[in-house]
Ligand binder design. Structure first.
Ligand SMILES: *[C@@H]1O[C@H](CO)[C@@H](O)[C@H](O)[C@H]1NC(C)=O
Ligand SMILES: *[C@@H]1O[C@H](CO)[C@@H](O)[C@H](O)[C@H]1NC(C)=O
Ligand SMILES: *[C@@H]1O[C@H](CO)[C@@H](O)[C@H](O)[C@H]1NC(C)=O
Ligand SMILES: *[C@@H]1O[C@H](CO)[C@@H](O)[C@H](O)[C@H]1NC(C)=O
Ligand SMILES: *[C@@H]1O[C@H](CO)[C@@H](O)[C@H](O)[C@H]1NC(C)=O
Ligand SMILES: *[C@@H]1O[C@H](CO)[C@@H](O)[C@H](O)[C@H]1NC(C)=O
Ligand SMILES: *[C@@H]1O[C@H](CO)[C@@H](O)[C@H](O)[C@H]1NC(C)=O
Ligand SMILES: *[C@@H]1O[C@H](CO)[C@@H](O)[C@H](O)[C@H]1NC(C)=O
Length: 422
């Protein structure tokens, strides 16, 4: 091991001079050149190997573990030879045959699995030299990191998860920019890739929480940030402004992101609008919605919701997401019936009731007038000529009955109308 180490050091010093190859007119053996190559699960990779051009090229790519070496790909006498290839590499390897004459012995390796991690050696022999290049292959994966917010009974949780990750990532939580350790991790996949859920109990819903998932091999970090804003109380027909900003720490002019505004009510979320930074295009699903400011800086995605209705009560979620982060801002909006609207209605009822009263009064008066014109003697003037007779008495009685009937009709009409209104 020590010998190998010093060998490696010699190589590094020689690399700067003559690219690791000792020029000679005689046959030479070149010490091992080592490179670390990082690939991604299920993707393809090139394992590099170069050599000094020469004739009679022989190439042997092998995989080496602690006990054995396995044939990966061989080339000699001008063509590839796969007779002795280990089955695990079947149909997954090729050389750049047209490049071999230029000193390129690189291996094209398809559909990487985690089992492919390890040490590969590439022996190249020509008429003038022999060289062995060494490649250490590491395989990583980092798929579908996400942050979810869940309410169970009275507890609220944030769950940061990653569907497929290797090697095991570093997960950290921050509350208001201070590191916190409390978290509850679930993991599946004993050898990898892993599927991980890290759950955090939310105590102060007034705080902002952040989780980062870091894959140090792939040098990839993902951040989820969750902020709950103070609840807003609004009246019907008013409008509400809901803030949502892309914080400077995350803003990068070169990175595409997507903004989605949605409303959540009893577990169902409906999209109000979304914006794509790549096309700078907004799609609105609700006409009462608009951006608070023109999206000049592409950093302030606050929205206005106009002409509020009672049914607009609920949680509003602004989600700004790129490949590297998800920033969630939550607003709770309570809409109450407006006092103004209620008194407006009362006013309307009073108006209608008064109209009915007036109409009734006119009806009564016109009936009385009609009766008078039929019996002019009833007037103040006719009092003198009045002769008390049976018939007059009869007439008076019938007149009173008629008046009563009209009065009752009027009362009935008015109460009925008011009942209808109520
Ligand atoms: C070998 O050729 C392939 C295909 O052109 C290229 O991608 C690769 O970088 C080359 N490798 C070396 C070590 O020159
Ligand atoms: C090898 O790969 C080719 C194309 O990539 C495919 O057509 C062929 O069926 C594969 N053979 C085996 C044995 O997997
Ligand atoms: C993570 O949570 C999801 C649902 O929230 C569940 O389907 C999955 O099995 C969990 N994964 C692990 C590793 O516990
Ligand atoms: C969250 O906190 C509550 C109360 O403090 C506790 O009962 C519950 O077990 C916690 N859950 C988790 C996942 O830590
Ligand atoms: C929430 O935070 C704001 C300022 O950030 C503060 O004024 C308010 O009192 C807090 N509310 C609660 C319930 O802690
Ligand atoms: C914006 O998106 C809508 C729907 O997705 C599409 O119809 C429209 O053509 C787009 N406009 C621009 C300028 O890209
Ligand atoms: C938006 O951009 C203008 C000019 O480009 C700048 O003056 C202003 O400070 C920016 N605002 C924010 C919030 O970044
Ligand atoms: C936020 O948006 C991203 C990208 O559209 C999506 O994958 C993710 O599920 C969303 N998160 C939530 C909590 O809605």
């Amino acid at each position: 091991m020590k010998a190998q180490m010093s060998f490696f050091l010699i190589l590094i010093s020689s690399l700067s001079g003559s690219q690791g190859i000792f020029r000679s007119d005689f046959f030479t053996y070149v010490p091992m050149n080592e490179q670390i190559i990082i690939g991604r699960l299920d993707e393809d990779i090139i394992l590099p190997s170069s050599f000094e051009r020469g004739s009679e090229v022989v190439i042997h790519w092998k995989y080496q573990d602690s006990y054995n070496s396995y044939n990966v790909h061989s080339y000699y006498k001008g063509s590839g030879h796969l007779e002795s290839q280990d089955t695990r590499y079947a149909n997954r390897t090729s050389l750049f045959y047209n490049e071999i004459q230029n000193g390129n012995a690189s291996l094209f390796f398809r559909r990487l699995s985690l089992l492919d991690e390890g040490i590969y050696t590439c022996y190249v022999g020509t008429a003038i030299q022999a060289i062995t290049n060494k490649v250490v292959l590491k395989v990583g994966v980092f798929l579908t990191p996400m942050m979810k917010y869940e309410k169970r009974n009275t507890n609220s949780f944030l769950i940061c998860s990653v569907l497929s990750v290797y090697p095991r990532p570093i997960i950290t939580w921050k509350m208001d920019n201070t590191l916190i350790s409390e978290n509850n991790m679930e993991e599946t996949g004993s050898l990898g890739p892993f599927s991980i859920n890290s759950t955090l109990n939310i105590t102060g819903s007034n705080s902002s929480y952040e989780c980062t998932i870091e894959n140090s091999l792939l040098k990839q970090t993902w951040t989820g940030r969750w902020t709950m804003k103070d609840g807003l109380h609004k009246m019907q027909t008013e409008h509400v402004s809901l803030s949502c900003e892309l914080v400077n720490d995350y803003f990068s002019p070169n990175q595409d992101f997507k903004v989605t505004w949605s409303r959540m009510e009893s577990g169902i979320s409906s999209i109000l609008a979304y914006y794509l930074s790549s096309s700078q295009n907004t799609t609105f699903y609700e006409s009462r919605f608009s951006w608070n400011k023109e999206l000049k800086n592409q950093s302030d995605f606050s929205m206005n919701l106009m002409d509020l209705r009672l049914s607009d009560s609920g949680e509003y979620l602004c989600n700004i997401s790129s490949d590297e982060y998800t920033l969630l801002t939550i607003h709770t909006v309570h809409i109450e019936p407006s006092q103004e609207t209620a008194s407006d209605n009362k006013g309307l009822w009073i108006l209608v009731a008064s109209l009915i009263l007036v109409a009734g009064l006119i009806l009564v008066l016109s009936q009385i007038e009609a009766r008078r014109s039929r019996h002019p003697a009833d007037g103040a003037q006719g009092e003198r000529h009045r002769v008390p007779t049976e018939s007059t008495h009869d007439d008076n009685a019938s007149d009173n009955a008629e008046e009563n009937m009209v009065r009752h009709y009027f009362l009935y009409q008015t109460t009925y109308s008011i009942k209808m209104l109520l």
